[in-house]
Write a new protein. Structure first.
Lengths: 120, 120
DNA sequence: CTCTTTATCAACCGATTGATTGACTAACCT
DNA sequence: AGGTTAGTCAATCAATCGGTTGATAAAGAG
């Protein structure tokens, strides 16, 4: 355990994990509190093994953790990785917004210098 | 075109699109402003066709759009879908945080009453 | 110890994915 | 018209993914 994955690898896994509707549904359920595999499997038609695999995918993405509690393995949400995902998106959303603002300002203030500060 | 996809389908596609490091890199580049396929392909070792496919994936996820400009097809970022992705995550992050707050309050108030209000 | 519950492991299967190469279309330039 | 530039389409291939069934492990209950 604790395979010290690179941050990019974790981001890959987190985005990929959230790309599946079943896994997103599991995350949604877990946001209300921990649950066992059986509880998580209950709303779906698919087998418990398939759900178990989905949980492993979420776990390797750092999105959930499992603890032991008798023969049950309660799964709980790990919000830090969710934050990392939004952080990545917000970073580039903000850069884009800023670029847009600059373009607007440029168009508004001076159309005479024809400066080309694109690229990079 | 314009296949009127369901919101869930778009979310699936958006998360899946962002799960690939090449595509995230493309999004990062586009946050600085529009670019052509050749410009986007330049930093990578892979073929231009592969980049073209990546752009198609981003496009079908609603993350970017393409326009025509002579024989070039400039790609630009479409921030609305990025917002939709963060919106999904933030929704459940907040629910989880709220649950946590409630649990804390419960534990604090029943510190001496031997509270046994566990689930099950 | 045996039985039940809870969950994972292992092997397998069809569909999808990321990449390649080669042929093609579209617009511009002489 | 012919050539160049920019990009997509099509066929192919190995690897990964989501799901299945069957066997197994681990802990509690009788």
């Amino acid at each position: 355990m604790s395979l010290d994955r690179s941050a990019d690898d974790l981001l890959d896994r987190a985005f990929a994990a959230l790309a599946d509707p079943v896994r997103r549904s599991i995350v949604a359920r877990l946001s209300r509190g921990p649950a066992t595999v059986n509880e998580l499997a209950e709303p779906f038609e698919i087998s418990k093994q398939a759900i178990s695999k989905h949980i492993q995918v979420l776990e390797q993405a750092g999105l959930v953790s499992r603890t032991r509690e008798a023969q049950r393995r309660p799964v709980h949400l790990d919000p830090a990785q969710l934050e990392a995902v939004t952080a990545w998106i917000d970073r580039y959303r903000l850069i884009h917004e800023e670029q847009y603002r600059r373009l607007d300002a440029l168009l508004e203030s001076s159309e005479d210098t024809g400066g080309k500060e694109e690229k990079r």
